[in-house]
Design a protein around this ligand. Structure first.
Ligand code: ADP
Ligand code: MG
Length: 682
């Protein structure tokens, strides 16, 4: 048996919990050692019983002099267990409630160690509901008392006490397998704790400083491994055959002409991103760049210019989007821009087959279908890349020979996270918005103001001749029948009760309904009607989240907003504020818990996706940061992506270490084994 052995191979007391542990992603003994406490209880002061002070939290150790059960009548407390414990300095009473079985396990004359807060009642001192353990056999040290006690995250069916005991045993039996795998100089340079000591101290620290140092070491390792794995992906990518080297200088004039023909001037970050892309395209290594920019920052035009360059160099391009609606929108934008220059732009989706020759295809993952042959693929662009799985991103590249790859996302990944997660990609940021954009006024609406909000929406629509989205709750992750049903019901309710015609009110509001189960042709019709203002209000499931562009819509009302990640709310909010009228976002929630209000309050004051992502990261941690539908963000156990210092340190050390990785076989093995989902295509 070793640390890699599965839990099911452990003793009975361990293996019978295997199923419950699996839910925590704990499969092996080693996994259990990486299940870290989230705080410590300080029971390290061991006091003579005769010197106990009222109010102090201590551990006492002594002999059980007597123990008895008392029965009470009525009330919640049915029985009380009292034990008198003595040492050579005095006696104290330990008191438990409703635990009659203790009488059997705490036997007179056995030794006990108990921790808790001392109280004075009448003449005797007592400790109520103490944490305790008895000493028998050959256990030398207390586990649950008399030291800093690790407290583990609560989980159904698994107590902290149980975890503590198991982890203690594993550490005891497998200590020798905890072998240092980082280079000595690195450890010295950073003043890190040794690996074995770090694992031991993070669970059973000698003092709080050790706990902090241990966590720092383990957090560093975690970030370092992610970073090294991404360095490795990058080097694999670069080892691939040569890329198509595009000529740029020759076509500079054409690009400038296209840019000059736009109805707006580019922001300086758009110009910078384009320059970065052009210099990638010029090089003999295939481009692998992530373009990150907030909703509405103007990524599409950057992609379009890159495709234009590909065309000028005699290559075809693919522009893939996650939904049919979005693909159609891109198709229209790009066609309008590039077809006057003689470029053949086509669209491929589930319901639109490719029939003719093309220079650029826009479309959904239908592009990946085997039937679609691309002879001369030079550039692949993937919009909203976080929506695609790694495999899909890989397949599209395989349609050509080493095409350049540009991925785009509006998901505001904090820089610290991007540095670690996407270390193998080059990053371009669109850090500024086009000029003259108004911020969308955002309010968190309490339940009692719901009716007033409906009245306000009505008035607003009529007075400013604008339109509104009402987003129904997100019931399950995918667009399930349940979500659709809820949306249909809400649509009926809004239509027949809330926005119905009043006798004096001739001009009634027209409502449309959009959800994922509607056929795509029908969907387009509905959106088209909304665009032409034939509907005043579009009631929708969260399908509208990504991409669509209706400049006359100025209000978005979001139900059950606490169920969304901040990034998703920000995406939704990005559906309005696209024209020159003032826009509004109303967030409804019935859930008043402090944390979710804090998150939602953030929406009222923060308008940049990046700032919101940082907040989400702080409040919910990286696992939840983007809400659902996010691929490839691992949950960190010891480190935090918001710890910029440690992230930087890991990045620095990884760069240094990577070229000589083969010198450290244990470390090398760990990187091979790393199971984080790959986030970049290769
Ligand atoms: P996103 O980054 O969310 O994909 P889009 O590319 O859809 O944003 O651009 C949003 C809107 O902003 C489009 O209507 C686009 O024409 C417009 N736009 C893009 N760049 C600029 C700019 N520099 N100045 C003004 N408007 C711009
Ligand atoms: Mg976009």
């Amino acid at each position: 048996m070793n640390l890699q052995s599965p839990i099911t191979k452990g003793g009975r007391s361990l293996s019978m919990y295997a199923y419950r542990l699996e839910k925590l992603e704990i499969f092996t003994f080693e996994d259990l050692l990486f299940h870290l406490p989230f705080r410590y209880e300080d029971y390290s002061i061991i006091s003579k019983i005769g010197q106990l002070q009222t109010g102090e939290t201590v551990t006492i150790q002594g002999k059980i002099l007597e123990i008895k059960n008392q029965y009470l009548r009525g009330g919640r407390i049915k029985t009380i267990q009292k034990a008198v414990v003595v040492d050579d300095s005095g006696s104290v009473e330990l008191v438990w409630f409703n635990q009659p079985f203790l009488i059997k396990s705490l036997i007179k004359d056995s030794l006990i160690s108990a921790s808790g807060t001392v109280e004075q009642s009448a003449k005797t001192k007592s400790i109520k509901s103490p944490v305790f353990e008895t000493f028998f056999g050959n256990q030398k040290n207390p586990i649950h008392t008399g030291r800093l006690i690790p407290i583990y995250p609560k989980t159904k069916g698994i107590t902290s006490k149980w975890l503590r005991r198991q982890i203690y045993n594993i550490l005891d039996q497998h200590e020798n397998e905890l072998i240092e795998y980082l280079p000595n100089e690195l450890i010295k340079r950073n003043n890190f704790m040794d690996f074995k000591k770090a694992i031991k101290e993070v669970h059973f620290p000698q003092n709080l400083q050790n706990a902090v140092d241990a966590r720092e070491r383990l957090g560093f390792d975690e970030l370092l491994l992610i970073q090294l794995a991404s360095n490795k992906r990058r080097s694999n990518w670069e080892k691939k055959q040569k890329a198509h080297q595009f000529k740029i200088l020759e076509y500079k004039k054409d690009i400038d002409k296209l840019i000059a023909s736009l109805p707006f001037s580019l922001t300086s970050s758009q110009t910078r991103a384009i320059d970065e892309i052009l210099s990638d395209l010029e090089s003999d290594k295939p481009m692998n760049r992530l373009l990150q920019g907030d909703v509405g920052s103007g990524k599409t035009i950057v992609g379009a210019i890159a495709m234009y360059i590909a065309h000028l160099n005699g290559f075809q391009s693919v522009f893939m989007a996650p939904t049919e609606i979005l693909a159609l929108q891109h198709f229209k934008t790009i066609k309008e821009l590039l077809s006057p220059l003689g470029i053949k732009v086509k669209i491929v989706t589930g319901s639109r087959k490719l029939t003719e020759d093309f220079d650029i295809i826009t479309g959904t993952h239908a592009i990946l279908s085997e039937k679609i042959k691309i002879n001369n693929l030079g550039l692949v662009i993937i919009d909203e890349q976080q929506r695609f799985g790694v495999e899909q991103r890989g397949i599209v590249r395989e349609k050509g020979e080493n095409p350049h790859l540009l991925t785009m996302t509006a998901t505001p990944i904090p820089r610290t996270v991007a540095l670690t997660m996407y270390g193998d990609l080059d990053l371009s940021y669109l850090s500024e918005m086009p000029k003259n954009r108004k911020t969308v006024k955002t309010w968190l609406v309490p339940p009692e103001k719901r009716d007033a909000a409906y009245q306000w929406i009505k008035k607003q629509i009529k007075e400013t001749k604008s339109q509104a989205f009402i987003i129904c709750p997100f019931i399950e992750q995918s667009e399930s029948m349940l979500t659709v049903k809820a949306a249909s019901q809400e649509y009926e309710r809004l239509k027949t009760e809330v926005f119905k015609d009043l006798p004096s009110d001739k001009q009634s509001l027209k409502l449309g309904l959009l959800h994922g189960k509607i056929k795509s042709k029908e969907k387009e019709k509905i959106l088209d009607k909304f665009k032409k203002a034939e509907y005043d209000i579009l009631v929708a499931t969260p399908v509208v989240e990504v991409g669509i562009d209706i400049p006359n819509a100025t209000i978005i009302m979001i139900e059950a907003s606490e169920r969304f990640g901040l990034a998703q709310l920000h995406q939704l909010r990005g559906r309005v504020g696209r024209g020159d009228k003032q826009s509004y976002c109303l967030l409804f929630t019935d859930n008043q818990n402090a944390q979710s209000s804090k998150r939602l309050k953030g929406m009222e004051t923060l308008y940049s996706g990046a700032a919101l992502a940082e907040l989400d990261l702080k409040l919910r941690g990286p696992g939840n940061m983007y809400g659902t539908n996010q691929h490839g963000v691992p949950t960190l156990k010891a480190a935090s992506f918001s710890d910029t210092n440690l992230v930087q340190k890991a990045k620095y050390e990884a760069e240094k270490l990577f070229p000589e990785l083969s010198k450290y076989p244990l470390l090398f093995q760990k990187i091979e084994n790393i199971t984080i989902q790959k986030v970049s295509p290769d």
